[in-house]
Design a binder for this molecule. Structure first.
Ligand code: MRU
Length: 347
């Protein structure tokens, strides 16, 4: 099962808001519905958002009745702005949108443009699972036999084109026969760990225990965590990494307890236009998400709350960044930039 697919001119997504209680698929055939699905996290996770972004441009192209390539391109640019504006932190969303737009710009007439954007979106979706498997393969080499691994949020098959990034590392280590056990952080306020990662690991038969976010320090102190691995929504050229709120706290804890802290993400998550994590835009979500536990209100009416959806882990706390191109270790600035130049040469 894929978290996002293109079928008969529509975007099919599994509605992640309803998991694990219900497996409901949404058939999206309009831009407004796609934007709503992204904003409300029916589709979520940085790489899956990249696919959604590119498919959104394909959808806009398909729906367009523009007579000329200029008209079509101008419509696609407007669609691109709308889609990219839905969630600001994950660079993958605007990256996927841009890849599709670039394909349109390279094409000739309007008909060719429509074909080119769809082809790009389908390629991004197909490539993503391959990239995740490569990330998993590289990352598994860092996982010791009998490791107890802690992960945060959901960086699994649901958050990607399949297999997952951080969960991909866990899956690959398990598939290699390593006797691993996983601590799954619940991940308040929206419970991506409890609802999604626990569901994925259960389906895969990988041994895990669910913990609340405030238990991590306790288990680290007792020597019950060997490595931490999470995904990322945006990584700067210096290696600072934005990920689900709570990740930075885990990195500080891991550093204090001398536990390796790994970030697993596709190369497209690196934003080479930024060198400082403090410049990454952090999405602020509705207070209601903090004032309630799922649908039940827990805080008094009128209670104020803050709800940053992501935080930034400075590169100094990261042991290595695992990408499909290999494991990148410090100094990140030099080593990431070397990979960037290699990629530019290949293109
Ligand atoms: O708000 P979300 O659920 O989209 O946040 C997702 C995360 O923070 C993931 O850890 C990150 O996108 C990596 S997904 C492979």
């Amino acid at each position: 099962m894929k978290s996002i697919e293109w079928k008969n001119g529509r975007i099919i997504i599994i509605d992640q808001r309803k998991l694990p209680r219900e497996e409901v698929f949404l058939e999206i055939d309009g831009l407004a519905d796609l934007c709503e699905a992204i904003e409300t996290l029916a589709v979520r996770g940085a790489p899956a958002l990249g696919i959604a972004g590119a498919m959104g441009i394909a959808l806009a192209a398909q729906k367009s009745s523009a007579a000329t390539s200029e008209q079509l391109l101008s419509e696609l640019k407007k669609a691109a702005e709308k889609i990219s504006g839905t969630r600001p932190t994950a660079i993958n969303l605007s990256w996927g949108v841009k890849e599709a737009l670039d394909a349109a710009e390279r094409a000739g007439d309007a008909g060719e443009m429509k074909k080119a954007v769809l082809q790009t979106a389908l390629e991004i979706a197909e490539e993503d699972e391959k990239m995740c498997r490569a990330i998993g393969g590289h990352g598994a080499s860092l996982v010791p036999q009998d490791a107890k691994i802690l992960t945060h949020c959901n960086a699994g098959g649901l958050a990607t084109g399949g297999y997952g990034t951080a969960v991909g590392v866990i899956r690959a280590a398990y598939e290699q026969g390593k006797n691993i056990r996983v601590w799954v952080d619940e991940t308040r306020p929206l419970l991506q760990g409890a609802r999604l990662t626990a569901w994925e690991l259960k389906e895969a038969g990988i041994p895990f225990k669910l913990i609340t976010d405030n238990m991590a320090a306790h288990f680290m102190q007792r020597g019950m965590v060997d490595i931490v691995v999470t995904g990322a929504d945006r990584i700067t050229s210096s290696g600072d990494a934005a990920n689900k709120i709570g990740t930075y706290g885990l990195a500080v804890l891991a550093n204090y307890h001398r536990i390796p802290f790994y970030i697993a993400a596709p190369f497209s998550t690196i934003d080479f236009s930024l060198d400082d994590g403090m410049k990454i835009p952090i999405e602020e979500r509705a207070k209601e998400e903090v004032c309630s536990f799922r649908t039940e209100r827990t805080a008094p009416q009128g209670c104020d709350a803050a709800n940053p959806a992501f935080d930034v882990t400075p590169h100094g706390l990261i042991t290595a960044i695992i990408t499909e191109k290999g494991v990148v270790t410090p100094p990140f600035k030099e080593n990431l930039s070397r990979l960037y130049s290699q990629e530019a040469k290949v293109k």
